[in-house]
Design a protein around this ligand. Sequence first.
Ligand code: SF4
Ligand code: SF4
Length: 510
Amino acid sequence: MAIDVKAPALRALPGAPQPLIPGAMSGSKPYVATDKMQQALGFPGELGADWQSRALGKMGELLGKYRSLKVYLDACVHCGACADKCHYFIGTQDPLNMPVARQDLMRSVYRRHFTVAGKLFPKLVGARELTREVMDQWYSYFNQCSECRRCSVFCPYGIDTAEVTMAAKEIMDAAGLGQKYSNEIIGKVHRIGNNLGLPGPALADTLEGLAEDVKEETGADVRFPLDEKGAEVLLVTPSADFFAEPHVDSLIGYAKVFHAAGIRWTLSSHASEAGNFGLFIGNYEQLQKIALRIREAALELGVKRIVVGECGHAWRVAYSMWNTLAGIGAGGSDAFARQLQGQLDSRYRQPTHICELTWDLIERGALMLDREANDHRVVTFHDSCNVARGSRMGDTPGGQFEIPRNIIRAVANHYVEMRPGTTHDATFCCGGGGGLLTDELLDLRVKGALPRMEALREIADRKGVNFMATICAICKAQFTKVLPYYGFKMGMVGGVHQLVSTAIRLGAKH
Ligand code: SF4
Ligand code: SF4
């Protein structure tokens, strides 16, 4: 099906209010998961006769389980502070893409079915039945939220629209209306081990090829080990790193860092995916099932450390949730969790982000770096949402902002920041997060990228920026696709470890 994609014009004055276009994106919907994809995850195959009671039953269950959801649905005072903070609203001008309006799609149903006022006086409190029409509206507009949490930074009550979106997706899955892109990918992880469906032998071949390429480039025997028992480090990275451009350049960077530091590491064919789309569909069981593969691989290989590659939402899950999901680092009282905690080396953070590992080596003078090798680049940094607003790095607040920037400054001479209000905890989403990185949503993705593209245009014109570094596989894939719609070259996005790879010298100094 041909997709009609229209990039909005960059605004002369970023942030200037735009006219509203009601219904502009009402037809934007991702493909629906097939019954086979649904059933593979334990969800009903389709919206059957009892879909409404299943949806309301799941909603009641979530309201009982997650106190935050009930608080978010009760606490909003409609002050409007979040209204113009969403990149999808800015790019589409559709009022239902205002975070408060998106929440209201669920709030109205919550009021009708779960509050006394809504049951007695529905019109007075804006309560609505969960009809098929309402469900279709949910499917459209909750699939126009990348769960980036930018709006929550500006809400005086800290209401997190991403949590509401995740609950909506979980309710829709329980009713039999799942999203094809995310649910198909989760199924592949369960069956094969990674989002791309790349089987172990193909992965082994790919890694062998990379070792040959790096040998040709540097003369060094940089290894890309797979399933090596007794390695110190298990690297868990997004499967896009295995071959797609520019992702693979970061994988080469990690391998060079391990080589230069003399760290014995391995990848795992069982846990060949850092991404965890269970987060995007808000489903705890799927989140846990995917996370447990990493614990199983770590136990099987006997590693002492678990390091996570450049992937935004994977790092959020690893940093904030692996402890309770799988007992990695802490948490979990089952025998396997305790066994892993005894096995992992407590002198290190468990898990460790690859940027933490590299920055620690740089600070200790353990890497030889030639900054001039990146002199053809003027670099800026795009903070990825899930790293910026859902995790930390290092020992001090804000480490998730400073550590990647410190690495860039250590490996490149020319670094500039984009405009305040578009970086750090106020960063704009790339437009492709939250399970929306699928071709049928390209028009939404291009429009959602508008605020980031405006900030990039400004710094490219003023300072000659020609490289935007980021530490997220989804950001890299999304920008590669949408940059040309705004007149940029697709190759101007890449990883922080791509820059490290260019600058690192593989000599005698370890
Ligand atoms: S979480 Fe992000 S995408 Fe979702 S409504 Fe808020 S700003 Fe928009
Ligand atoms: S900023 Fe918070 S309280 Fe105000 S409208 Fe948005 S969600 Fe509601």
